[in-house]
Design a protein around this ligand. Sequence first.
Ligand code: NIG
Ligand code: FE
Length: 408
Amino acid sequence: MWDSLWINCNLCTIHDVENDAGLGIIHNGAIASTAGNIVWVGEASKLPDAPEKLAKEINDLNGSWITPGLIDCHTHIVHGGERINEFNMRLEGASYEEIARAGGGIRSTVKATRAASEQELFDKAMKRAQSLQSEGVTVLEIKSGYGLDWENETKQLRVARQVGENLPLDVITTYLAAHTIPEEYQNDGDGYIDSIIEKLPDLEKSGLADAIDGFCEGIAFSPAQIEKLFKAAKDLGFSLKLHAEQLSDLGGAALAAKYGAKSADHLEYVSEKSAKAMAAANSVAVILPCAFYFLNETKKPPIDLFRENTVPMAVATDMNPGSSPCCSLLLAMNMACTFFKMTPTETMRGVTLHAAQALGLEKTHGSLEVGKVADLAIWDITHPAELSYHMGFNPLQELIKGGKQIIQ
Ligand code: NIG
Ligand code: FE
């Protein structure tokens, strides 16, 4: 007997039928789980027996839709303070870069994060995680990057782990010490990168981080500095990611691809050469439309280039206090469509299978397939495209994590 069976539903499996890169839709479907994993999925008419003979618990969904649980593969939800003053400054015409160069930006959140207790960071991060979860998110990536010293970076990572322990949510943690140069290392980016590298073996032993990330940009680190960090991190077996080509083209995405990075993120200014390098390395392009929106960017990421070169595209919130105070993955999907002309099918794949791939979880998460984790988002919608269409409306009906109902 299966543990649970869902019937009378439409399935958006994201399973590539002959690599069609579509939604893998099954009308009048059924899906079953046992011990937290999917054990059967398909057309209800093909179930091997009557439902009551197959499962201990039967859920009649009355025509609702099931998608894989959504995955937000790029967030900074653990941080102290907000940056409302900078929001006002930008409304008066200051640019993100100018504010950063004047000592605001990431550094102002570093001050607030260093000053915050673990409990304070946890309480705020839980609220943000719960907001994401209320829209169907079952896997969440959380970066450090606002501590910029060992004590405070690991404080952020511990809090990120605690969020995962206190919510029915899988949390993937990313060490982003190379987010910007802290005051203590003013004018000595090389020295700061060396200090990060020195601590990587301790980080590896601590088990606090699943991946290493950096910010390759004029206001942060050069490709040469990132390369040094990547070499050391790769030798220790960390997976890699990079904030690349957000404000200018430094060739960061190609560098990340060279080191087999799981993803390069932002990418507004990415070149064709870099996009081709990403395709060859099967690196995911993580598209962050809420940061584009909030910073009033005009340069759009080259979605056509990614399509032509079949670079997998993910969509994420980039939730952070400076460039994207956005706790809605559904809104990010909408913005990816309206601003960048991604299709609702692309955004749907972008918050499921491709987001899983950006986190190295594509074998276990991101689609409705036998053997994968039974993370199911159940929606009161007429088609999955509705998830990209609404603004400020949440059609989630139920959320299932590892076969268990967590939101009703
Ligand atoms: O992903 N690009 C760099 N990092 C963040 C913003 C950080 C901040 O402004 O606090 C981002 O947009
Ligand atoms: Fe980011």
